[in-house]
Write a protein that binds this ligand. Structure first.
Ligand code: PEP
Length: 253
């Protein structure tokens, strides 16, 4: 079975103390995970080292960065490189979250560079894609998301692309309380898997975990995650509340 993942994206929330308490509360409640299940915490940069210490030795739990820069090093004040993330033993990095695309003008081409840098250091990119509301209303979401994959991932060879985790996050559902219906999520996930199969073959497409993101919470996680092509979720708001996130973890297949 491909990996089923509950990934928390704390974004720019929580002080160190609050974050440690949240992580502790979740760690106390999480129980043991199946071999194919993973729980990932994308925490703010300043807490990566401490949070990584807290999950050390715990099976199938990981800490992730929320972003990385698309150049290896140099005069980019305030930025964080993949090498830096690698040097503190972080295994995952979110790439191309819609907030980064929108507020920091991250293009598909720039995200391809980030993906390459991550993979070169054995950091797994959690690659986000998803359409804005006007594209959904125009019915062009499939082509829109397909292009994001083509321009940021499809230069990879078969071996490399299978290492990537994809998160489909319709922008109109992020932080809005408006969740895509489980049918809408399944439809897009199946479409993406087909597109990947067309490029790399069915075996590769069946190996890639595709997470859903957009107002996932304890109350809807079961229904969304039960869809055959949905392999868990990338979760913002609800990942900041221990009981909610524990329910989401419990909903993993
Ligand atoms: C996200 O930021 O990736 C996200 C899905 O946020 P929320 O769960 O709050 O919609």
């Amino acid at each position: 079975m491909r990996k089923q993942i509950a990934a928390a994206n704390w974004k720019m929330n929580k002080t160190l103390e609050d974050g440690k308490k949240l992580l502790n509360d979740i760690l106390s409640g999480v129980g043991s995970l199946h071999e194919h299940q993973q729980v990932i915490f994308a925490v703010p940069f300043p807490y990566l080292i401490q949070c990584n210490e807290m999950i050390k030795g715990k099976k199938n739990l990981y800490i992730s960065a929320q972003n990385c820069h698309h150049k290896t090093s140099g005069a980019y004040t305030g930025e964080v490189s993949v090498d830096m993330i690698h040097s503190i033993d972080i295994k995952y990095c979110i790439v191309g979250h819609s907030e980064r695309r929108e507020y920091f003008a991250e293009s598909n081409a720039m995200l391809a560079e980030k993906v390459n840098l991550c993979l070169a250091k054995n950091i797994i990119p959690i690659f986000c894609c998803g359409e804005p509301l006007d594209i959904r209303e125009a019915g062009s979401q499939n082509a829109f998301v397909e292009k994001q994959l083509e321009e940021s991932l499809f230069h990879l060879d078969q071996e490399a692309v299978q290492k990537v985790v994809i998160a489909y996050e319709p922008i109109w559902a992020i932080g809005t309380g408006k969740t895509a219906s489980s049918e809408q999520a399944q439809e897009m996930h199946a479409h993406l898997r087909n597109v990947i199969a067309g490029k790399y073959g069915k075996t590769v497409s069946e190996n890639i975990s595709i997470l859903y993101g957009g107002s996932v919470k304890g109350a809807n996680a079961n229904e969304i995650f039960s869809q055959p092509d949905v392999d868990g979720g990338l979760v913002g708001g609800a990942s900041l509340i221990a009981e909610e996130f524990l329910q989401i973890i419990a909903a993993l297949k």
